[in-house]
Design a protein around this ligand. Structure first.
Ligand code: API
Length: 266
């Protein structure tokens, strides 16, 4: 039997397995089975903690479709809260650093990048306003936060049917590694955001999506740092200025500790 921790960041929920304390191998199939909400434990992302040669801990991140990805902002806050200490975390997207901040957690998510090969895109184009449209969603800004994001600004986020448009954009061949789809509106310095996550679909919140969207808004002169980002699961504060890492502050919630026979999952 193995142990896991169920946590969430603004409703974006995780199964966190500390593999430094137990032996477990994760395949895409096993990740899918653990994340499955009907026959598994259920989560938006599966998080595996391992020892690191270059940071306090290494975090591997798996979407429910089994894909392993570079970054997860909400999970980063949860890992800092779980281990209850300021931490440097090694991820496929680079090293991020988190610290406890009152009842919240503050994470430096590294620098955003904007070049078409950084996102990545399939060919060269203006990433500040991609010359493309999907139905009534047009001219997104492309931002890489370790993982790829397309950010659309609209008048009313709730008028956009992300369940229908999200997968179409996520899987468009212009995004060779697929993409997280962010649809946002801005009022004052506050952003309202819905995200169709790559490999996961609609979630209560997306930390890297909030970072990418706040950066896009500041770059376009639509907002000034710090930016408040409201998602269905709650609110994050994002601080950023060009050339600096993106700082995200928000909650991390412990739900329960469980046991599981990992051999029962593929
Ligand atoms: N679906 C994302 C990973 C999880 C990101 C999100 N849960 C966050 O808090 O940043 C991707 O495939 O890049």
């Amino acid at each position: 039997m193995g142990e896991f921790h169920k946590m969430h960041g603004l409703g974006n929920d995780f199964v966190i397995i500390d593999a430094r304390l137990q032996s477990i191998e994760i395949s895409p199939t096993r990740a899918q089975m653990i994340a499955d909400r009907k026959f598994g434990i259920g989560c938006d992302q599966l998080i595996l903690l391992l020892t690191s040669e270059i940071a306090d801990v290494r975090m591997r991140i798996f979407n429910p479709d089994g894909s392993e990805v570079e970054a997860c902002g909400n999970a980063s806050r949860c890992v800092v809260a779980l281990l209850n200490q300021d931490l440097n975390i090694e991820t496929l997207g680079g090293i991020i650093s988190g610290k406890l901040s009152g009842n919240d957690v503050e994470v430096s998510m590294g620098e955003a990048t904007f070049g078409w090969q950084d996102i990545p895109l399939a060919f060269a184009m203006n990433t500040d306003a991609m010359p493309l449209a999907w139905d009534n969603l047009a001219a997104p800004m492309a931002v890489n936060m370790g993982n790829p994001h397309a950010v659309f600004f609209v008048d009313d986020v709730d008028a956009v049917d992300l369940r229908q448009l999200g997968p179409t954009i996520e899987n468009d061949s212009v995004f060779p590694e697929r993409v997280n789809v962010n649809v946002a509106s801005i009022a004052g310095n506050e952003i309202h955001l819905n995200v169709w996550e790559r490999g996961a679909g609609l979630t209560g919140a997306c930390g890297t999506g909030a970072c990418a969207t706040a950066v896009a808004a500041i770059r376009q002169g639509k907002a000034t740092s710090p930016v408040t980002v409201h998602q269905s699961g709650g609110t994050l504060t994002i601080d950023w200025s060009p050339g600096q890492p993106v700082i995200m502050t928000g909650s991390a919630t412990y739900v329960f500790k469980g046991q599981a026979d990992w051999d029962a999952f593929g």
